[in-house]
Design a protein around this ligand. Sequence first.
Ligand SMILES: Nc1nc2c(ncn2[C@@H]2O[C@H](COP(=O)(O)OP(=O)(O)O)[C@@H](O)[C@H]2O)c(=O)[nH]1
Ligand SMILES: [Mg+2]
Length: 354
Amino acid sequence: MTLCLRGEKTELPERRSTLVATLGCLTQPSTTLVDQLRCGDPRALARAISTVENRSTGWSDLLKSLFPHTGKARVIGLTGAPGAGKSTLVDQLAKHYRKENRTIGIIAVDPTSPYTGGAILGDRIRMQDHYADPGIYIRSMATRGSLGGLARATADAATVLDASGRDLVMIETVGVGQDEIDIVRLADVTVVILVPGMGDEVQTIKAGIMEIADIFVINKSDREGAERVEREIRALQSLATRKLGTINDRWTPPVVKTVASEGVGTAELAEAIADYEAYLKKENLLLKKNVENWQERLIEMLRDAMLQKVRERMDGASLARYAEEIAEHKRDPYSLVEEIVAGSDGRGGSNVQH
Ligand SMILES: Nc1nc2c(ncn2[C@@H]2O[C@H](COP(=O)(O)OP(=O)(O)O)[C@@H](O)[C@H]2O)c(=O)[nH]1
Ligand SMILES: [Mg+2]
């Protein structure tokens, strides 16, 4: 018989995973991947994330079974330029939260980091302190070859971590492109990390990023120029209207100064995160934010599913043939796409009249 305290989890959300880790599955090992994962088995967790990330056999059924167990973890997205100190800060936050006995899942999405067998080398070394601690699970996402897009793969990995009973999921991403913006938008709390002394830092990354920040961090505040960055943030804040999709939450993102390498400011950042969470709860915005997120995610999922369906009917050879016909102006792509979407496989043909 498997003893896994699923029922109790909902009553004690903050401590649910600790309960699972200590009391879950004390008897016989669980048989299904979902059970193993829910009982805190890190290998099952790794396997489940790989399955959804690579879209391996059974990925969709796995997510279906996990979904009822999700919605309890708090997802924190941290983004900023390469070298801003994101990993160092995540590391410090992880230490901080572990002292509060909260369990953590970390997803690192960083194309600039060298990958060695799925782990970011630098991060792995830095995070080694925690490796003996089953309360912290670290995973890096491959940025290439994630079927269904990086944002979706990351969201699915966060879903798996949530279902596994982690109290907090931290997602580290380089805040440069649309992909990264899409990723951090899935978070409940988004932290944007800036550093002084990188020229016109705020201006460079402001496109899209300023609006999504719930909290600003000025890391490397041991360096000169932290005050100037803060002034720049304030100046931009006074100009921009804060908007989360269609919601204006009327929140003014606080600015927290940190020296992550020394652990300075970590407690203040954790407090700012908690403040924003409390604000979201008080204003009933958590659900609204989630609804917005799901609208976006559903569109993505539908796009993937539709494309998959079309692809099943159309092999690479016919795709190449169509492309050839279009390039040779034998048919127009617009009618072709309409025909394919309508389900007539494009065979009807609509020759270009010359
Ligand atoms: N001086 C200083 N260095 C820091 C601080 N935080 C991180 N670093 C260093 O900055 C470098 C990049 O940090 P990392 O966390 O890998 O940045 P990431 O690329 O944003 O994840 C590392 O050498 C850190 O030790 C800080 O507050 N002050
Ligand atoms: Mg990093």
